[in-house]
Design a protein around this ligand. Sequence first.
Ligand SMILES: Cc1cc2nc3c(=O)[nH]c(=O)nc-3n(C[C@H](O)[C@H](O)[C@H](O)COP(=O)(O)O)c2cc1C
Ligand SMILES: CCCCCCC(=O)C(=O)O
Length: 362
Amino acid sequence: MSAVGPEAPDLSAARRHAAAAVLDAGTLAYIDGGSGLEETLRANTAAWRRLALQPRVLRDMTVVETATTLLGAPVAAPVALAPTAMHLLADPEGEAATARAAERTGTLLVASQAANRSWQEIADAAPGALRWTQMYMLRDRGLTRELAAYAKDSGSRAIVLCVDGVALPRRSRMDGNAFVPPDGMPFPNLAPASARGRGVELGAAVSAFDPAVTFADLALVKEWSGLPLVVKGVLHARDAVECVDAGADAIAVSNHGGRQLDGCVATADVLAEIADAVGARAEVYVDGGIRTGPDVVKALALGARAAFVGRPALWALAAGGTEGLASYLGELQEDVRRTLAFCGCTSPDAVRGDHVRLRPGP
Ligand SMILES: Cc1cc2nc3c(=O)[nH]c(=O)nc-3n(C[C@H](O)[C@H](O)[C@H](O)COP(=O)(O)O)c2cc1C
Ligand SMILES: CCCCCCC(=O)C(=O)O
């Protein structure tokens, strides 16, 4: 504890606490945990704390808007829901509950390929929600093609291709280093239409991901889906440029919340160089340790168009279902608005690179 007392809790802390009371220990460890020594998990949040906002004043902050657009579609704020697997672990309605919270708050939802509800069921639960679909390149290219078309047909407005799944991570908090979900946990979005009702089993799902995925596959995914393409899991500026050269419409700077390669860079530490390299050719997003309105505005100052949250959304969902998640998202949006006002910005577009700097010190 410091001389001034304990660190203040962020907006998600109470949700994490409430989630811990309702989730079993293994599920909570799966959600909270990272890989290896969890160096990267810790580095993600620490990197946002090392940055300081440098506000501007005397700019009439009577009206401050948080609304923005993502790939041209309007959203209430530059904060979105990162794709996360298996929402049945957190709510009996699974991703349907999440989608309703997204719809209610004008938040973009990225539905995971490892969702427990089919993409069509998620769409039906919240037809007014802006939804993108996260996919992996599967060993079975024919199935990947079919699923890319299914994403579009079920109303997704973009594909988010996750490219950091080329090896199995060692999830150190789990017995045997891997999470074993309850029996019968369905994965409908990894099955062909003929078997979607049953879905596939966990083992089949995990071994379906293709480690041979390359830049050349990006154009295929775009062609198969007919949708804009976001590449998720990029941590190097040259890779970001190569993705854009290959047709990507946006880059999601992400280390999967410190859950894949432990010991790798924190996203806040590479965001600016990636955004600078990409320039105006593509939108750039970031996730990993985003917990507060100031974190979101720091991300905007470093060049992101939006910041995504993973774990806090699952905690809020487990703690309070649709209502709990909607209230968390509403509070986060309000925190962004407050931060913009204090920084002298009437909208997300007004945030500039010189609104942020490194804190001096070790
Ligand atoms: C429980 C859990 C499940 C996840 N499942 C997926 C997934 O299915 N697909 C994916 O691309 N990323 C997945 N992620 C990574 C998130 O999209 C995101 O990169 C990460 O959670 C951001 O970090 P944060 O949790 O610190 O906000 C998952 C993360 C968590 C915590
Ligand atoms: C189909 C089961 C694999 C789910 C992977 C979820 C994930 O990305 C995670 O970080 O956990």
